[in-house]
Design a protein. Structure first.
Length: 284
């Protein structure tokens, strides 16, 4: 029996690796925690909600301002396997960065299967360009970091790989660094998983949109982090991406969070002073 992908022979074997909700005993525990933290963020951080960066309805972002005239900016991309959730569901991801002195732009985007992966990547890059050009929002354009969780980690990497000068007329060094959390950098497994009916990936899309295959020299520093209790495929995704980033001559640090799973890995963003927030502060 031929393998579907690497050592995996069946869809069931791959699904075990990537079905994050089934990887924990009670997903509801984490869902309730996120809802509580989202309510806290929305009540205490005074965000400007649903600022439009594009023409279609899902093309908006939520802006959480930090104190000061020109704080650094964290642009955050939410997870959900490109097919579910919204920026509001990750409001909690602004708690730690704002407490660390960063304004936060939490980017929403259209979901599969309503659009292709190409379009999601385009929207996220357009959001970054819109932010840098928007003089009404207070932040330091020289200190912009991108970050994201799971599918958002993929979008973080795709933004770091953008040719900003050629595609958007912006300086190629407009991003100071990136922090993908439990990111997905090699899309080749996903046509063989439960995700394919929504993602509808073909090989051309996979090759265009897999950060793993487009790493070059001269890119910003990244901090690659994930939960040590995540599946072996999530470990592989992050470690191979970090290896390739480093092999190209770029700066990379890594942090396998002890005992953390796919969901608790995001606790690093819920308050100041965590290891990931300290890395974020050091990037600027």
């Amino acid at each position: 029996m031929a393998n579907l992908y690497r050592k995996f022979k069946t869809q069931a074997e791959l699904d075990v690796q990537y079905d994050v909700e089934s990887s924990v005993p009670d997903f509801g525990v984490y869902l309730r925690h996120f809802e509580e933290q989202n309510a806290k963020a929305l009540a205490t951080l005074s965000p400007q909600m649903k600022l439009r960066y594009g023409e279609t309805r899902p093309e908006y972002l939520d802006f959480y301002p930090a104190e000061g005239e020109a704080p650094p900016l964290l642009v955050f991309f939410h997870g959900g396997y490109w097919r579910m959730l919204a920026s509001e569901d990750f409001a909690f991801a602004a708690l730690g960065p704002v407490a660390t002195g960063f304004s936060v732009a939490n980017v929403n985007y259209t979901l599969c299967p309503n659009v292709t992966m190409d379009e999601i990547v385009r929207q996220c890059r357009a959001a970054v360009a819109w932010l840098i050009r928007n003089e009404d929002l207070k932040f330091d354009r020289r200190r912009v970091i991108v970050a994201g969780h799971s599918a958002g980690g993929h979008l973080t990497a795709m933004c770091l790989l953008t040719n900003w000068e050629e595609d958007y007329g912006l300086p190629n060094d407009c991003l100071a660094g990136g922090i993908p959390v439990s990111g997905l950098f090699d899309l080749k497994p996903f046509p063989y998983t439960f995700l394919q009916p929504a993602l509808q990936l073909d090989m051309a899309q996979i090759l265009r949109n897999s950060p793993q295959f487009h790493i070059r020299s001269g890119l910003p520093p990244v901090h690659v982090t994930y939960g040590a209790a995540e599946s072996t495929e999530f470990h592989r995704q992050s470690e191979e991406f970090a290896d390739a980033w480093e092999a190209a001559g770029n700066s990379v640090t890594r942090y396998a969070q002890p005992d953390k799973n796919h969901f608790t890995a995001m606790a690093e963003f819920e308050q100041a002073g965590t290891p990931v927030m300290e890395v974020l502060r050091g990037m600027v």
